[in-house]
Write a protein that binds this ligand. Sequence first.
Ligand code: NAP
Length: 262
Amino acid sequence: MNSKKFSLEGKVALVTGGSRGIGRAGALAMAEAGADVVVSSRKIDGLKPVADEIKALGVRGEAIAAHNAKIEDSRALIDQVMEKFGRLDILMNSAGTNPYYGPLMEQDEKTWDVTFNVNLKGLFFLSQLAAKVMKKQGGGSIINVSSIGGLRAGDLGCYCVTKAGVIMLTQVMAKEWGQFNIRVNAVAPGIIKTRLSEALWKDPEVHEEAVSSIPLMRLGEPDEITGAVLYLASDAGSYTTGATIVVDGGRMHGGPAHLKKY
Ligand SMILES: NC(=O)c1ccc[n+]([C@@H]2O[C@H](COP(=O)([O-])OP(=O)(O)OC[C@H]3O[C@@H](n4cnc5c(N)ncnc54)[C@H](OP(=O)(O)O)[C@@H]3O)[C@@H](O)[C@H]2O)c1
């Protein structure tokens, strides 16, 4: 394997949820690999410092505010990327939300709709808009941030259903858009220390319980997702589509064997 295959020089990447956490880490990693990177999320104030960090790496960086669940925002976002950069090679869909921690028995319609609209509907329509551009250009790479909660039943009921939807959406988009040389893949993180997962690590007792469910016995950091992102974004992953790469410290396999009492 030639490490030059991981280069993103000459490519333009758009990262939703780019203001912090996994999206920010992915945006900076792609900038370091040579891509010009646009970061997007709802709040411009959180995006501007990331665009500055991107520019400090010697590539073009841009911050554009857009609500992921509003299709008119997504349309304006893609239009602005095209106006400013003239092309779009990589879309990393990292914007995500989980407004409700609690039993399915008590879930209300509003939190169900918000979770689905941001995590699944918004992700689809932005991907569709990006794919139309990529089709004209002769190809591209779409990377969807799902979760291991989309692969096996976790405790965040509705959120897990949206993340399972993202994995299936990844597969059907890959199957349909392969003919246009558009690769569509997903990354499924375990527990990564970000604002979204605060409820699982801020309280020391909850943190300890979480750690005991992970063979590597620690939570992940956002930049530990970036190896998978770079592989999928670049020519290193040129024959990979429809895949879901799990990055979870082994959590899918249950807790560390040496802690078992039987
Ligand atoms: N952390 C984990 O343990 C974990 C595990 C598995 C999967 N994930 C997934 O990883 C992705 C990134 O999450 P994270 O952990 O990095 O969380 P985070 O640090 O809280 O970042 C979430 C990002 O999404 C943006 N966002 C939220 N709602 C949005 C909306 N309606 N429209 C546009 N942008 C929106 C936020 O910015 P604004 O507030 O400015 O909009 C922020 O940039 C999510 O899809 C999440 O489900 C996380």
